[in-house]
Design a protein around this ligand. Sequence first.
Ligand code: GLA
Length: 357
Amino acid sequence: MQLIPGEDLTAHVRGAFVAAFGHLPEAMAKAPGRVNLIGEHTDYHGGLCLPIALPHATWAAVRGRDDTAVRLVSTWGGEWHGTLAERPEGWASYILGALRATGHRGGLEVLVDSTVPVGAGLSSSAALICAVALATSSAPVEELVAPCVRAESEEVGAPTGGLDQTVALLGAAGHALLLDFASAARQQVPWEPGRAGLELLVVDTRTRHEHAAGGYADRRRESEEALAAEADELSPLHRRRRRHVVSENARVSALVAALHGGDWPRVGALMTASHESLRHDFEVSCAELDAVVDTALAHGALGARMTGGGFGGCAIVLSPVGMRDTVLTEISSAYAARGWPQPAALLATASAPATRL
Ligand code: GLA
């Protein structure tokens, strides 16, 4: 399995902007995708999460116009022309959502490109929103978190919880970002598995089940009901949803403590326990994700879990550096044996947050 590269697209994006619009951009920014190490389906409950920013990022190059026209070019999605008042579908909706949420006025030319696999659960949408917001606004990065969350939840209408945009804007190289959505507290936690001879692989199942958006909204509603009700009045389903949220928050704290103590086997075990909870109690995993996790664990990984919203997308695998080929080859064989399309993989080092270029 080849690793998906996370190369620097700055020069390429500048050149592509000139080719598309006939002049240089006024400003450029890039924002990373993310993986969540642990703390899944907790952000919208005021819970704890521990994401890292990926080396894979989205670039936005922009230039203002004298009229009110908005002209968008995406190297993967084509072109869109219109005005700020319009509500297109697809990738253009994230760009217009970012512009409206940050209070942008006036016409604009925008070109975007990305190394974040699109639609894989690595927050390509948050990376796009944050890159556009940063390129077009002069506000301090910290002040862009709330508008970027609103861009996705209110402008695009995806009921997500804020983890993705927060780490894209405020993550740090070599660190995971501990987020407490109850108090809004944030803390950088050193994340350097390489020092222990380990690495974090992201395996993209390349599946996105059709009910992903509806499933996310259903789980959000079910778990909100479960947390609001009296414990002794819960149905078995609501009991499972609640048990996931409560136990997942405890696992985040335990994993941070294990990191501080350098206890990597415990870090791995907590990741795997998180997967089991998402699989059986929250029921957001799927056969492809389970196959990655089970196969990785059977071939030397210290821990593995699905990451993100679930119903397809990606799993993360914490394994010894020397085991990479074995783990990926075994996953590849497991997929081939089931007749599934081959997955893809990338190396997840905790990388820099969004930056103006
Ligand atoms: C998606 C959402 C996040 C979060 C995760 C699940 O990635 O965008 O806000 O809810 O699912 O942890």
